[in-house]
Design a protein around this ligand. Structure first.
Ligand SMILES: O=C(O)CCC(=O)C(=O)O
Length: 264
């Protein structure tokens, strides 16, 4: 349960950090899945040489999207009661899983994701009715490029243009002097609403750092064309994943954590 102050901070500042949201065993399972993705060569470098097209050979922003079809562990995560409870308090019920993805920044040549507001992509009517939950899969510090947000920026709509440092992203140029870096030990999470300008930085350390991001959207704010493509996590249309995945996924998070830990 989030406190009234925590919910209020999200509504007034557009973000909320929750350290130690996932425990050490859960973090170990997430890291094991990341290692598997690396072994299987699933990550794609989206960093470009400043022209938005030519893939960089010296810098890496490794993205994997979506996740639910590649990992039963990550498919189970958004159904976990701790997650649905927090999201419901922050954006209201009912809601769906909108997106899931991961960004990995290798040590020394990991590149950040430029400033943007998720609502520049999604264009929902009220930017507080959707939220990201960004999980620090490794300790996330200023030195290794942790996520930064601009408090209160959901009240502004910054113009966005193609990001010259990515092969598909867009970016904006908000007042960076107002940026608030969110440092989190592995397992901590940052919630930020669809209007909150955010960015990650370069990884200037020796060790890699990954962030896993889930996006949640209130059902009544789903754009019409996406209505049948999303996984309902709460409310009358929610079936614990049976309707969307053909199997019961809700309630399997702990079992999945144990399964991944036992096989690693
Ligand atoms: O982890 C990153 O580099 C970027 C994450 C992000 O932009 C998001 O979750 O919306």
């Amino acid at each position: 349960m989030l406190s009234t102050q925590q919910v209020e901070q999200f509504h007034t500042q557009g973000y909320l950090a929750l350290p130690h949201f996932f425990d050490a065993g859960e973090v170990a399972a997430l890291q094991a899945e990341i290692e598997r993705f690396k072994r299987e060569g699933r990550l794609r470098n989206v960093a470009t040489e400043g022209d938005g097209k030519t893939h960089s050979t010296t810098k890496a922003n490794l993205q994997l999207i979506p996740l639910f079809d590649k990992s039963d562990l990550l498919r189970a995560l958004p159904f976990e009661a701790r997650v649905t409870g927090a999201v419901g308090q922050l954006i209201g019920e009912p809601f769906v899983l909108h997106l899931d993805q991961m960004f990995l920044k290798p040590g020394r040549h990991g590149m950040g994701t430029s400033w943007h507001q998720d609502n520049a992509y999604f264009k929902i009517a009220d930017p507080l009715k959707g939220t990201a939950m960004w999980i620090a899969a490794h300790d996330a510090t200023v030195a290794n490029g942790t996520i930064s947000v601009i408090p209160g920026s959901f009240r502004e709509q910054y113009p966005h243009s193609r990001d010259p440092n990515s092969d598909h992203h867009i970016r904006c140029y908000p007042p960076e002097e107002q940026a608030m870096p969110i440092e989190l030990e592995a397992g901590g999470v940052a919630f930020f609403c669809y209007g909150t300008a955010h960015a990650t930085g370069a990884n200037n350390t020796e060790r890699e750092r990954a962030g896993i991001a889930f996006h949640f959207l209130r059902t009544d704010f789903i754009p019409e064309e996406a209505r049948f493509q999303r996984t309902h996590l709460s409310g009358p249309e929610a079936t614990g994943g049976e309707k969307e995945y053909g199997v019961k996924v809700g309630g399997t998070w702990k079992r999945e954590v144990e399964r991944v830990l036992a096989t690693n």
